[in-house]
Design a protein around this ligand. Structure first.
Ligand code: CMP
Length: 503
């Protein structure tokens, strides 16, 4: 089994620090030998760190400068060795703490910044102590604090570094982003945070380039952060022609996007109309990405899915077009077509089944086709009503207020009709009728119904029966409040006849 990085480091650390320690232990021996054997031969001696000539009568054979040079070299080597030992120990300990202990804890995100700052502090303090031990006579503190020029030089040299360091400390304390977050920096693009250090931040852009920014610059930028452990949303835009049904589009796109890879199942995608544009309806779909770093691919996949679902369901994308309408001929053709289909639709409604083709055509002429969105009220309780409605496609809820909230008492579907009560009796609308899905209705006016009723008294009868049944359902809920009830005593049929002026 190859040695792990921990083992390698441990072996290196032990070997290195062992050698340095041995040299440091051997140093006093060398110094002692120098002092006891070499210097006396030159009539020299070191006392309290100073070089003295022991025999004043004879000049020393070795110049004192050479000796002090040797002594200083010894001091400097010792300082280097001690610093090397301290750096090795600090690096090994920080490696142990940050890599081994903290990796398993929740603070695994502690960046190299803290490590570096702590290490630098330890190095500076150690250097002071070691230097003082080697040169007790030199006042290092006074040297640093007293030297204005040195201060300026160091200050200028470290200006950027210190700026970055403090900006880095501020960023670290604030923690606006972490490794793995997706960030967008104004005018510089987006990418994934790769490292955060005391100097700056490395961002891997979506073109796989490395954007390196110093902390000082980073601190001044406006940064949009999409945290890694957050459900981040994306918005994709598309458009459709005006003839495509909005509620169908919403349903289809929502489903298609939901099934796209990397779209979160935790939140349902939102599809909504943004604007009525020049070329068509402008839409947006908002979804939440499981892995936000892959949003470019997911956006593309979402667009692809929308294209396929539109292709299958015959919904058309909008693009700038110019449509030339040749009015007269098309109008005639479409009116005939419209009347034929409308008459067919009316024929399918049970109450109109007994009517002749001619009567159905007349009724079709007096009716208008209307489409309502889900949730839209087609008639409202209490309003005056001069028309009734036949459901061509969709469904509606009949609602009456109960304790201030709408209560659904019935649901009507294809070929059902509503709005007949006030049309036939002249009473205000007895309930609110709301489209529960996209619903297409035929609106028939009172004026178109009158001649049909005159010719078909049995129609008054069959509609009257339905009105009575529906009223029976309404009365217990609404109570005996309305004038309609007074009329009911006279019978629905007579009130219909009276209202329409029939015999
Ligand atoms: P109108 O009173 O004109 O307007 C509200 C319509 O709701 C009413 O006509 C009926 O067509 C319909 N309506 C009222 N009560 C019921 C019911 N119990 N079942 C089905 N439809 C109803």
């Amino acid at each position: 089994m190859p040695p792990s990085s921990f083992q390698k480091r441990a072996v290196f650390f032990v070997a290195f620090s062992g050698i340095v320690t041995l040299i440091l232990i051997a140093f006093p021996l060398v110094e002692g030998w120098l002092q006891d054997f070499v210097l006396p031969q030159f009539a020299l001696q070191i006392l309290d760190g100073k070089l003295l000539n022991t025999d004043r009568s004879e000049p020393s054979m070795m110049s004192s400068t050479t000796v002090s040079l040797v002594v200083n070299i010894f001091h400097i080597i010792k300082i280097f060795l001690w610093m090397a030992l301290i750096i090795a120990v600090v690096r090994f300990i920080t490696f142990l703490i940050f890599q081994t202990v903290l990796r398993s804890s929740s603070q695994s995100e502690i960046s190299s910044l803290l490590k570096t700052v702590l290490s630098i502090i330890i190095y500076i303090v150690s250097f002071f102590i070691i230097f003082q031990s080697q040169y007790p006579g030199v006042q290092l503190g006074a040297l640093f604090s007293g030297s204005a020029i040195l201060g300026i030089v160091v200050g200028l040299a470290l200006q950027d570094t210190l700026g970055n360091l403090f900006a880095g400390i501020a960023l670290q304390a604030d923690k606006p982003f972490q490794v793995g977050d997706v960030v967008t920096i104004s005018n510089r693009g987006s990418g994934v945070i790769e490292t955060v250090s005391w100097r700056g931040v490395k961002i891997r852009t979506f073109q796989n380039k490395l954007l390196v920014m110093s902390n000082a610059v980073m601190g001044k930028e406006t940064i949009e952060v999409a945290p890694r452990d957050n459900l981040n949303a994306r918005i994709v835009f598309f458009n459709t022609v005006y003839s495509s049904s909005p509620s169908r589009t919403i349903q289809l796109v929502r489903e298609a996007v939901r099934q796209t890879e990397n779209v979160s199942q935790k939140l349902r995608p939102i599809v909504r109309i943004l604007n009525f544009g020049d070329s068509g309806i402008e839409w947006e779909v908002k979804y939440w990405a499981d892995d936000y770093t892959r949003y470019n691919d997911t956006d593309a996949l979402v667009r692809q899915r929308i294209w396929y679902v539109f292709q299958r369901e015959n919904i058309h994308f909008a693009y700038p077009t110019r449509t030339i309408h040749i009015e007269p001929k098309r109008a005639e053709a479409s009116l005939d077509e419209y009347l034929n289909t409308t008459a067919e639709l009316l024929h399918a409604v049970p109450i109109f089944a007994p009517l002749s083709d001619e009567e159905l055509d007349k009724l079709a002429q007096g009716s208008t086709n209307r489409v309502f969105a889900p949730g839209e009220a087609i008639v409202r309780k209490g309003q005056e009503g001069k028309s009734m409605f036949v459901i061509v496609r969709g469904a509606v809820d009949v609602q009456i207020p109960e304790n201030g909230l709408p209560k659904t008492i019935n649901r009507l579907r294809d070929n059902d009709f509503f709005g007949e009560m006030s049309l036939l009796t002249g009473q205000p609308r007895s309930a609110t009728v709301v489209a529960s899905e996209e619903t297409e209705v035929l609106q028939i006016k009172k004026t178109s119904l009158k001649p049909i009723f005159e010719a078909n008294p049995e129609l008054v009868e069959s509609i009257g029966q339905i009105v009575e049944q529906r009223r029976a359902l309404l009365t217990p809920v609404l109570g005996l409040e309305t004038a309609a009830v007074e009329d009911m005593d006279q019978g629905v049929f007579s009130s219909i006849r009276k209202f329409f002026g029939l015999k």
